[in-house]
Write a protein of this length. Sequence first.
Length: 266
Amino acid sequence: MADYLDDLRLAHVLADAADATTMSRFKALDLKVETKPDMTPVSEADKAAEELIRGQLQRARPRDAILGEEYGVEGTGPRRWVVDPIDGTKNYVRGVPVWATLISLTEAAEGGYQPVVGVVSAPALGRRWWAAKGHGAFTGRSLSSASRLHVSRVADLRDASFSYSSLSGWEERGLLNGFLDLTREVWRTRAYGDFWPYMMVAEGSVDICAEPELSLWDMAANAIIVTEAGGSFTGLDGRPGPHSGNAAASNGLLHDELLGYLNERH
């Protein structure tokens, strides 16, 4: 079995470089922001961070393919790096510190490329999380200064903390009633948004989270970190991994109930 630790070390180097780039422009008064065809914002920092990561990967792993949010797919083969240079661009451009660079290595497998390494680096929060297949999930300042992550053991939905991003996506998909029923059943709800709820599931401070519409680069790194922390990461359809276009993550004990509520259509 491959140990992926060299790839994990490389992902940390990539994240260090991206952090330097994104933090240098965070809250800059002259930050340039454009609107993409899907009407979402992209900043010069998104593009610069992805270009930097791509350049380093092309030198360090020339045989590997790369999929990034801003520049698409480059290369072919059984190994593909998946990059979201800034997850939470809307926060980034408004000066909200909840954003991160997401870097994942995926390998070809049955059912599509599956993540085997993931790093989520949120420099404005001073936080980083990571995982490699078979090695567990961790958070800390560096590989040598880290704490192992474990999901919670909350087994009753009435004791659970549930995090989400927004209400509008659930309403657009006709899933709002089930979503609202779930919010009434749980102990606590908070809309932290983007990558952060998944990291909190991994570290046991949130028990369940879900989003109705996502891209692969939003999910790949999160998926391996949650599962290596002992949790479950699927689509709303229950399919394991980051390939359903949406996501549900939990400590595993509450996953079936989570999916049950979020698939109610009435």
